[in-house]
Write a protein that binds this ligand. Structure first.
Ligand code: SF4
Length: 378
Protein backbone atom coordinates (compact mmCIF):
# COMPACT_ATOMS: atom_id res chain seq x y z
CA UNK A 1 0.00 0.00 0.00
CA UNK A 2 1.45 3.39 -1.01
CA UNK A 3 0.57 6.89 -2.18
CA UNK A 4 1.69 9.16 -5.00
CA UNK A 5 1.79 12.93 -4.74
CA UNK A 6 2.22 14.97 -7.90
CA UNK A 7 3.10 18.63 -7.58
CA UNK A 8 1.85 20.95 -10.32
CA UNK A 9 3.89 24.11 -9.65
CA UNK A 10 1.93 26.68 -11.68
CA UNK A 11 -0.34 29.51 -10.60
CA UNK A 12 -1.88 32.22 -12.75
CA UNK A 13 -1.09 34.69 -9.98
CA UNK A 14 0.26 34.30 -6.47
CA UNK A 15 -2.06 34.62 -3.49
CA UNK A 16 -0.61 36.95 -0.87
CA UNK A 17 -0.61 34.43 1.99
CA UNK A 18 0.82 31.42 0.18
CA UNK A 19 4.31 30.02 0.70
CA UNK A 20 3.91 26.84 -1.39
CA UNK A 21 6.34 26.52 -4.25
CA UNK A 22 4.80 27.63 -7.54
CA UNK A 23 5.58 29.91 -10.45
CA UNK A 24 3.57 31.96 -12.95
CA UNK A 25 5.74 30.71 -15.86
CA UNK A 26 2.78 28.98 -17.53
CA UNK A 27 4.64 28.63 -20.84
CA UNK A 28 6.68 25.85 -19.22
CA UNK A 29 3.73 23.53 -18.62
CA UNK A 30 4.43 21.26 -21.61
CA UNK A 31 8.12 20.84 -20.80
CA UNK A 32 7.22 20.28 -17.16
CA UNK A 33 4.72 17.54 -18.00
CA UNK A 34 7.42 15.65 -19.90
CA UNK A 35 9.96 16.01 -17.08
CA UNK A 36 7.35 14.87 -14.55
CA UNK A 37 6.59 11.71 -16.55
CA UNK A 38 10.32 11.02 -16.77
CA UNK A 39 10.74 11.45 -13.03
CA UNK A 40 8.03 8.85 -12.42
CA UNK A 41 9.79 6.43 -14.78
CA UNK A 42 13.17 7.10 -13.13
CA UNK A 43 11.77 6.52 -9.64
CA UNK A 44 9.56 3.54 -10.48
CA UNK A 45 11.35 1.36 -7.91
CA UNK A 46 10.96 3.78 -5.01
CA UNK A 47 7.76 2.14 -3.79
CA UNK A 48 9.07 -1.42 -4.31
CA UNK A 49 6.10 -2.40 -6.42
CA UNK A 50 3.55 -1.48 -3.73
CA UNK A 51 0.08 -0.81 -5.13
CA UNK A 52 -0.97 2.83 -5.22
CA UNK A 53 -4.08 3.30 -3.11
CA UNK A 54 -4.10 7.08 -3.47
CA UNK A 55 -2.89 9.64 -5.99
CA UNK A 56 -3.02 13.33 -5.19
CA UNK A 57 -2.44 16.19 -7.65
CA UNK A 58 -1.59 19.25 -5.55
CA UNK A 59 0.00 22.57 -6.20
CA UNK A 60 0.23 25.14 -7.36
CA UNK A 61 -2.82 24.71 -9.48
CA UNK A 62 -3.33 21.34 -11.18
CA UNK A 63 -6.41 22.69 -12.97
CA UNK A 64 -4.09 24.91 -15.06
CA UNK A 65 -2.86 21.85 -16.98
CA UNK A 66 -4.62 21.01 -20.24
CA UNK A 67 -6.66 17.86 -20.64
CA UNK A 68 -3.90 16.38 -22.83
CA UNK A 69 -1.22 17.14 -20.24
CA UNK A 70 -3.26 15.51 -17.47
CA UNK A 71 -3.95 12.52 -19.76
CA UNK A 72 -0.21 12.13 -20.40
CA UNK A 73 0.46 12.08 -16.66
CA UNK A 74 -2.23 9.44 -16.10
CA UNK A 75 -0.74 7.40 -18.93
CA UNK A 76 2.66 7.55 -17.24
CA UNK A 77 1.17 6.61 -13.85
CA UNK A 78 -0.53 3.52 -15.22
CA UNK A 79 2.51 2.39 -17.17
CA UNK A 80 4.94 2.86 -14.25
CA UNK A 81 2.95 1.89 -11.15
CA UNK A 82 0.39 -0.64 -10.11
CA UNK A 83 -2.74 1.39 -9.40
CA UNK A 84 -5.49 -0.08 -7.25
CA UNK A 85 -8.83 -0.28 -9.13
CA UNK A 86 -10.51 1.63 -6.31
CA UNK A 87 -7.69 4.13 -5.75
CA UNK A 88 -8.68 7.56 -4.47
CA UNK A 89 -7.49 10.03 -7.13
CA UNK A 90 -7.70 13.68 -6.09
CA UNK A 91 -7.19 16.76 -8.23
CA UNK A 92 -6.93 20.22 -6.68
CA UNK A 93 -8.75 22.85 -8.70
CA UNK A 94 -9.25 26.59 -8.62
CA UNK A 95 -12.94 27.59 -8.87
CA UNK A 96 -12.50 29.86 -11.89
CA UNK A 97 -10.80 27.09 -13.88
CA UNK A 98 -13.90 24.91 -13.59
CA UNK A 99 -15.64 25.90 -16.82
CA UNK A 100 -18.20 23.69 -18.59
CA UNK A 101 -15.43 22.44 -20.89
CA UNK A 102 -13.10 21.69 -17.97
CA UNK A 103 -15.85 19.73 -16.18
CA UNK A 104 -16.66 17.69 -19.29
CA UNK A 105 -13.00 16.85 -19.81
CA UNK A 106 -12.53 16.02 -16.14
CA UNK A 107 -15.25 13.39 -16.47
CA UNK A 108 -13.03 11.60 -19.01
CA UNK A 109 -10.10 11.33 -16.59
CA UNK A 110 -9.78 8.79 -13.75
CA UNK A 111 -10.14 11.58 -11.15
CA UNK A 112 -12.74 10.61 -8.52
CA UNK A 113 -12.16 13.29 -5.89
CA UNK A 114 -11.80 17.05 -6.27
CA UNK A 115 -10.39 19.45 -3.73
CA UNK A 116 -11.21 23.12 -4.22
CA UNK A 117 -10.07 26.17 -2.27
CA UNK A 118 -13.06 28.44 -1.68
CA UNK A 119 -11.43 30.14 1.36
CA UNK A 120 -14.33 32.57 2.01
CA UNK A 121 -17.60 33.77 0.44
CA UNK A 122 -16.63 37.42 0.97
CA UNK A 123 -15.51 38.86 -2.39
CA UNK A 124 -13.67 41.76 -0.75
CA UNK A 125 -11.56 39.34 1.31
CA UNK A 126 -11.00 37.05 -1.68
CA UNK A 127 -9.64 40.02 -3.59
CA UNK A 128 -7.48 41.10 -0.64
CA UNK A 129 -6.00 37.58 -0.46
CA UNK A 130 -5.16 37.72 -4.17
CA UNK A 131 -7.53 34.90 -5.06
CA UNK A 132 -8.68 35.04 -8.65
CA UNK A 133 -12.21 33.73 -8.11
CA UNK A 134 -15.39 35.22 -6.63
CA UNK A 135 -17.90 33.58 -4.29
CA UNK A 136 -20.40 33.05 -7.09
CA UNK A 137 -17.74 31.36 -9.23
CA UNK A 138 -17.07 28.93 -6.39
CA UNK A 139 -20.77 28.05 -6.13
CA UNK A 140 -21.01 27.57 -9.91
CA UNK A 141 -17.88 25.42 -9.91
CA UNK A 142 -19.39 23.09 -7.30
CA UNK A 143 -22.51 22.74 -9.40
CA UNK A 144 -20.48 21.92 -12.54
CA UNK A 145 -18.36 19.38 -10.65
CA UNK A 146 -21.49 17.66 -9.35
CA UNK A 147 -23.01 17.63 -12.83
CA UNK A 148 -19.90 15.98 -14.26
CA UNK A 149 -20.23 13.20 -11.67
CA UNK A 150 -17.80 14.18 -8.90
CA UNK A 151 -19.27 12.41 -5.89
CA UNK A 152 -16.35 13.10 -3.55
CA UNK A 153 -15.77 16.81 -3.09
CA UNK A 154 -13.50 18.51 -0.59
CA UNK A 155 -13.71 22.26 0.00
CA UNK A 156 -11.23 24.49 1.84
CA UNK A 157 -12.00 27.52 3.99
CA UNK A 158 -9.69 29.93 5.82
CA UNK A 159 -10.67 31.77 9.00
CA UNK A 160 -9.12 34.59 11.00
CA UNK A 161 -8.95 36.75 7.85
CA UNK A 162 -8.14 40.46 8.28
CA UNK A 163 -11.25 42.23 9.57
CA UNK A 164 -13.36 39.04 9.47
CA UNK A 165 -15.98 38.98 12.23
CA UNK A 166 -17.34 35.89 13.97
CA UNK A 167 -20.67 36.49 12.19
CA UNK A 168 -18.96 36.64 8.78
CA UNK A 169 -17.17 33.37 9.54
CA UNK A 170 -20.45 31.79 10.60
CA UNK A 171 -21.87 32.81 7.23
CA UNK A 172 -18.93 31.11 5.45
CA UNK A 173 -19.48 27.90 7.41
CA UNK A 174 -23.23 27.96 6.74
CA UNK A 175 -22.72 28.58 3.02
CA UNK A 176 -20.31 25.73 2.68
CA UNK A 177 -22.09 23.17 4.85
CA UNK A 178 -25.75 23.94 4.12
CA UNK A 179 -25.57 25.22 0.57
CA UNK A 180 -22.71 23.21 -0.96
CA UNK A 181 -22.71 20.19 1.33
CA UNK A 182 -19.29 18.75 0.40
CA UNK A 183 -18.28 15.27 1.56
CA UNK A 184 -15.14 16.77 3.09
CA UNK A 185 -14.13 20.13 4.54
CA UNK A 186 -10.67 21.44 5.46
CA UNK A 187 -10.50 24.70 7.42
CA UNK A 188 -7.32 26.50 8.44
CA UNK A 189 -6.54 29.59 10.45
CA UNK A 190 -4.78 32.20 8.32
CA UNK A 191 -1.03 32.03 8.88
CA UNK A 192 1.28 34.97 8.31
CA UNK A 193 4.20 33.10 6.75
CA UNK A 194 7.45 35.01 6.78
CA UNK A 195 8.41 36.33 3.35
CA UNK A 196 4.86 36.41 1.95
CA UNK A 197 3.17 39.62 0.78
CA UNK A 198 0.66 39.18 3.61
CA UNK A 199 3.48 39.13 6.14
CA UNK A 200 4.89 42.36 4.65
CA UNK A 201 1.46 44.02 4.79
CA UNK A 202 1.22 43.22 8.48
CA UNK A 203 4.73 44.60 9.04
CA UNK A 204 3.65 47.81 7.30
CA UNK A 205 0.50 48.01 9.44
CA UNK A 206 -1.77 47.64 6.42
CA UNK A 207 -3.53 44.53 7.70
CA UNK A 208 -4.25 43.46 11.25
CA UNK A 209 -4.01 39.87 12.39
CA UNK A 210 -7.09 38.39 14.05
CA UNK A 211 -6.50 38.13 17.78
CA UNK A 212 -6.03 34.71 19.30
CA UNK A 213 -9.27 34.76 21.26
CA UNK A 214 -11.30 35.44 18.12
CA UNK A 215 -9.45 32.70 16.19
CA UNK A 216 -10.24 30.22 18.95
CA UNK A 217 -13.91 31.25 18.95
CA UNK A 218 -13.96 30.72 15.18
CA UNK A 219 -12.44 27.27 15.51
CA UNK A 220 -14.91 26.38 18.24
CA UNK A 221 -17.85 27.56 16.11
CA UNK A 222 -16.55 25.51 13.19
CA UNK A 223 -16.40 22.35 15.33
CA UNK A 224 -19.97 22.92 16.60
CA UNK A 225 -21.45 23.66 13.19
CA UNK A 226 -19.67 20.77 11.47
CA UNK A 227 -20.86 18.36 14.16
CA UNK A 228 -24.45 19.63 13.89
CA UNK A 229 -24.27 19.04 10.13
CA UNK A 230 -23.16 15.42 10.65
CA UNK A 231 -19.44 15.76 9.92
CA UNK A 232 -16.78 13.80 11.80
CA UNK A 233 -13.91 15.94 13.06
CA UNK A 234 -11.24 13.39 12.24
CA UNK A 235 -8.13 15.57 12.23
CA UNK A 236 -7.31 18.99 13.67
CA UNK A 237 -8.27 20.85 10.46
CA UNK A 238 -10.32 18.21 8.65
CA UNK A 239 -13.97 17.18 8.73
CA UNK A 240 -15.76 14.52 6.72
CA UNK A 241 -19.19 12.99 6.35
CA UNK A 242 -19.06 9.35 7.53
CA UNK A 243 -17.13 7.26 5.01
CA UNK A 244 -15.58 10.26 3.22
CA UNK A 245 -12.31 10.90 5.04
CA UNK A 246 -9.36 11.78 2.80
CA UNK A 247 -7.61 8.46 2.24
CA UNK A 248 -4.51 10.24 0.94
CA UNK A 249 -4.02 12.48 3.96
CA UNK A 250 -5.00 9.66 6.31
CA UNK A 251 -2.20 7.55 4.82
CA UNK A 252 0.35 10.29 5.71
CA UNK A 253 -0.84 10.17 9.30
CA UNK A 254 -0.76 6.36 9.29
CA UNK A 255 2.89 6.34 8.21
CA UNK A 256 2.29 4.76 4.80
CA UNK A 257 5.11 5.34 2.25
CA UNK A 258 4.56 7.78 -0.59
CA UNK A 259 6.43 9.06 -3.58
CA UNK A 260 6.31 12.79 -4.33
CA UNK A 261 7.15 13.96 -7.86
CA UNK A 262 7.77 17.50 -9.07
CA UNK A 263 9.81 20.41 -7.71
CA UNK A 264 9.55 20.76 -3.89
CA UNK A 265 7.70 17.42 -3.58
CA UNK A 266 8.57 15.22 -0.60
CA UNK A 267 8.79 11.42 -0.53
CA UNK A 268 8.86 9.00 2.39
CA UNK A 269 9.87 5.33 2.36
CA UNK A 270 9.44 4.50 6.05
CA UNK A 271 13.11 5.08 6.93
CA UNK A 272 14.07 8.33 5.19
CA UNK A 273 12.60 11.42 3.56
CA UNK A 274 13.66 12.87 0.22
CA UNK A 275 12.65 16.14 -1.34
CA UNK A 276 13.17 17.72 -4.73
CA UNK A 277 14.64 21.18 -5.06
CA UNK A 278 12.02 23.92 -5.37
CA UNK A 279 13.23 25.12 -8.76
CA UNK A 280 11.21 24.54 -11.93
CA UNK A 281 14.02 25.29 -14.41
CA UNK A 282 16.46 22.95 -12.66
CA UNK A 283 13.75 20.30 -12.50
CA UNK A 284 13.03 20.49 -16.25
CA UNK A 285 16.76 20.52 -17.06
CA UNK A 286 17.30 17.40 -14.91
CA UNK A 287 14.80 15.61 -17.21
CA UNK A 288 13.62 13.04 -14.73
CA UNK A 289 16.68 12.94 -12.50
CA UNK A 290 15.22 15.41 -10.07
CA UNK A 291 17.72 16.93 -7.69
CA UNK A 292 16.81 15.34 -4.39
CA UNK A 293 17.94 15.93 -0.87
CA UNK A 294 17.66 13.19 1.69
CA UNK A 295 17.31 12.90 5.44
CA UNK A 296 17.66 9.61 7.33
CA UNK A 297 15.09 9.48 10.11
CA UNK A 298 16.74 8.94 13.47
CA UNK A 299 14.81 7.05 16.17
CA UNK A 300 14.02 10.40 17.86
CA UNK A 301 12.62 11.88 14.64
CA UNK A 302 10.52 8.76 14.02
CA UNK A 303 9.25 8.88 17.61
CA UNK A 304 8.29 12.55 17.34
CA UNK A 305 6.70 12.08 13.94
CA UNK A 306 4.53 9.27 15.23
CA UNK A 307 3.27 11.57 17.98
CA UNK A 308 2.74 14.46 15.58
CA UNK A 309 0.90 12.38 13.02
CA UNK A 310 -1.23 10.20 15.31
CA UNK A 311 -2.20 12.76 17.93
CA UNK A 312 -3.50 15.06 15.15
CA UNK A 313 -6.23 12.55 14.43
CA UNK A 314 -9.38 11.61 16.29
CA UNK A 315 -8.24 7.96 16.10
CA UNK A 316 -5.29 8.95 18.28
CA UNK A 317 -2.11 7.15 19.25
CA UNK A 318 -2.29 3.40 19.83
CA UNK A 319 -0.20 2.53 22.89
CA UNK A 320 0.39 -1.11 21.80
CA UNK A 321 1.70 0.20 18.44
CA UNK A 322 3.85 2.83 20.20
CA UNK A 323 5.34 0.22 22.60
CA UNK A 324 6.04 -2.30 19.85
CA UNK A 325 7.74 0.36 17.74
CA UNK A 326 9.76 2.20 20.40
CA UNK A 327 9.87 -0.18 23.37
CA UNK A 328 8.39 -0.27 26.85
CA UNK A 329 10.81 2.29 28.34
CA UNK A 330 9.78 5.01 25.88
CA UNK A 331 6.12 4.07 26.28
CA UNK A 332 6.43 4.59 30.06
CA UNK A 333 8.27 7.88 29.48
CA UNK A 334 5.45 9.00 27.18
CA UNK A 335 2.73 8.18 29.72
CA UNK A 336 4.66 9.98 32.47
CA UNK A 337 5.06 13.15 30.38
CA UNK A 338 1.43 12.93 29.28
CA UNK A 339 0.14 12.67 32.87
CA UNK A 340 -0.25 16.46 33.47
CA UNK A 341 -2.28 16.66 30.26
CA UNK A 342 -4.50 13.75 31.35
CA UNK A 343 -5.02 15.56 34.68
CA UNK A 344 -5.95 18.82 32.90
CA UNK A 345 -8.24 16.92 30.56
CA UNK A 346 -6.46 18.06 27.40
CA UNK A 347 -5.42 14.48 26.60
CA UNK A 348 -7.74 11.49 27.04
CA UNK A 349 -6.94 7.80 27.37
CA UNK A 350 -9.40 5.36 25.85
CA UNK A 351 -8.92 2.26 28.02
CA UNK A 352 -10.90 -0.08 25.79
CA UNK A 353 -8.91 0.77 22.67
CA UNK A 354 -5.67 1.64 24.51
CA UNK A 355 -5.44 4.87 22.57
CA UNK A 356 -4.45 8.41 23.57
CA UNK A 357 -6.08 11.35 21.85
CA UNK A 358 -6.62 15.07 22.22
CA UNK A 359 -9.79 16.25 23.97
CA UNK A 360 -11.75 19.18 22.58
CA UNK A 361 -9.86 21.58 24.87
CA UNK A 362 -6.60 19.89 23.83
CA UNK A 363 -7.30 20.60 20.16
CA UNK A 364 -6.87 24.32 20.83
CA UNK A 365 -3.33 23.82 22.16
CA UNK A 366 -2.28 20.72 20.24
CA UNK A 367 1.15 22.05 19.24
CA UNK A 368 2.26 22.75 22.80
CA UNK A 369 0.92 19.43 24.12
CA UNK A 370 2.64 17.39 21.43
CA UNK A 371 5.94 19.22 21.79
CA UNK A 372 5.90 18.50 25.55
CA UNK A 373 6.03 14.80 24.64
CA UNK A 374 8.88 15.00 22.17
CA UNK A 375 12.14 13.16 22.48
CA UNK A 376 15.38 15.13 22.07
CA UNK A 377 17.63 13.91 19.26
CA UNK A 378 20.86 12.61 20.79
S1 SF4 B 1 -2.87 29.40 -2.61
FE1 SF4 B 1 -2.93 28.00 -4.38
S2 SF4 B 1 -3.49 29.34 -6.10
FE2 SF4 B 1 -2.79 30.69 -4.47
S3 SF4 B 1 -0.58 30.99 -4.86
FE3 SF4 B 1 -0.77 29.26 -3.42
S4 SF4 B 1 -0.77 27.46 -4.68
FE4 SF4 B 1 -1.24 29.22 -6.05
Amino acid sequence: MAGLYIHIPFCQKRCIYCDFYSTVALSKRAAYTQALCREMEARAEYLHGETLETVYFGGGTPSLLSHDQLSDIFQAISSVFSLSPDAEITLEVNPDDVTDTFALQLAQLPVNRVSMGIQTFNDHLLSLLGRRHTAIQAVEAVSRLRQCGIRNLSLDLIYGLPGQSLGAWENDITQVLQRLHPEHLSAYALIYEEGTRLWQLRQQGQVTEADEELSLEMYSLLMDKAKEAGYEHYEISNFALPGWRSRHNSSYWADIPYLGCGPSAHSYDGRSRQWNKANLNAYIAADGNAVSEREELTPAIRHNEMLLKRLRTSDGLSMPLFSSTFGQTLAERFLKLARPHFEKGTLLYDEAQQKVHLSRSGLFISDSIISDLFLEDS
